[in-house]
Design a protein around this ligand. Structure first.
Ligand code: FA5
Length: 350
């Protein structure tokens, strides 16, 4: 019997020698230690042996089985290493003498429209502020006159983090910090607060042609003595005519936001369908673009500004929707899609 075991062992070692791929190795494994493999079959021959012989033979077969297992594992490592070396040797070498690849990326349409808006507002004396995407409940809601359990919170399905902070649902979340940053200059030096703050917002919303769960807004505020709705309308009109470089049909209607009083919805006639109605404007012919209003006295107070002395306006422009309208993108989801054939056609400025 010892002879038989040795025969199988030598045959296995010879077969292993000739293996050059992981697939072949697997075949050999099945051939020798699979259910019907040569080593497994050896055990079946034990039936005819005496008890003493069974013990010795059983041990010898187990030793062989372990050896086959170890050798297969060793070979598998060796073959994998070889495969990686082969793969690496096929990689093209880096040739520093080749000309640079001039195929460069392009600006995203939202970046383009954001920069354009920033330039327009900067030319009118506004500063551009940056703000974090993770904010506190106070910044996003309480400082904006939206206390806990206020029904207005339902309008913005919020992503809360486990530490109690949240992903900003609206750029209005930066208002309180901006008032606090500039209030001393307003009060002591008479410098009006004029700031815009673009940023990414997050809401757990069902998406459609004009709704995304991740989108951009651009907030704007102006606070000084005697600021009125006429100032608000002037800045909104200037911005839209500069962005579109043509007359755009707009409508102003009452809108409720706890942080402005009075509040308005500013809609533009849908530029995709010319106001006829289409999926991009939910078949209404109008697109909600830039809600706005006069800053609520409680919000000014929370920012350390006396509402008896100062007034101001605020607006929350939907930048992603503005990009849709400006570039004729029918479905807002294309803007987050990473589809280059859609995204890189709007600028030569690469
Ligand atoms: C707000 O977020 C208020 N913070 C705006 C505001 C600021 C009002 C200052 C008054 C004063 P609203 O939820 O309507 O409001 O969003 C503002 C704009 O963001 C919308 O008109 C729309 O253009 C855009 N917007 C809102 N939700 C989405 C969405 N899911 N996908 C794409 N754009 C959106």
């Amino acid at each position: 019997m010892a002879e038989k075991t040795n025969e199988v062992r030598l045959a296995f070692l010879a077969a292993l020698e000739g293996v050059s791929t992981v697939d072949d190795l697997e075949k050999i494994r099945v051939e020798y230690i699979g259910k019907k493999g040569y080593v497994t079959e050896l055990l079946k021959e034990m039936k005819a042996l005496s008890n003493e012989e069974k013990k010795t033979f059983g041990q010898a077969v187990n030793v062989l089985k372990n050896e086959v297992n170890d050798k297969i594992a060793e070979k598998r490592e060796e073959l994998k290493k070889k495969e990686i070396e082969l793969e690496n040797s096929r990689m093209p070498e880096f040739d520093v003498s080749l000309p640079a690849n001039l195929e460069r990326g392009s600006y995203h349409p939202i970046t383009l429209v954001q920069r354009q808006c920033e330039d327009i507002f900067k030319s009118m004396g506004f500063t551009v502020e940056d703000y974090s995407e993770i904010v506190t409940d106070y910044e996003c809601f309480e400082s904006l006159n939206i206390p806990k359990n206020h029904p207005a919170r339902d309008m913005q399905d919020t992503y809360y983090l486990s530490n109690g902070q949240l992903l900003k649902t609206q750029t209005s979340a930066a208002q309180n910090a901006i008032y606090k940053k500039y209030k001393d200059a307003l009060i002591n030096e008479g410098k009006a607060i004029k700031a815009i703050f673009p940023g990414r917002c997050f809401r757990n919303e069902a998406t459609d042609a004009c709704h995304e769960n991740t989108f951009f807004q651009m907030e704007g505020v102006m606070v000084d003595k005697n600021i009125s709705i006429s100032n608000l309308i002037f800045f909104m009109k200037t911005m839209l005519s500069e962005v579109f470089q043509k007359d755009i049909k707009v409508r102003l209607r009452p809108g409720f936001f706890p942080f402005v009083e009075p509040g308005f919805e500013l809609d533009i006639s849908c530029l995709i369908c010319g106001g006829e109605g289409c999926p991009s404007c939910k078949h209404s012919g109008w697109l909600e673009l830039c809600p706005c209003g006069m800053i609520h006295p409680e919000v000014l107070k929370a920012g350390g500004i006396d509402p008896e002395e100062y007034t101001g306006f605020a607006f929350g422009l939907g930048l992603t929707r503005l990009a849709m309208m400006k570039y004729g993108v029918k479905d807002i989801r294309d803007l987050n899609s990473g589809k280059l054939e859609c995204l890189d056609q709007f600028t030569d400025d690469k």
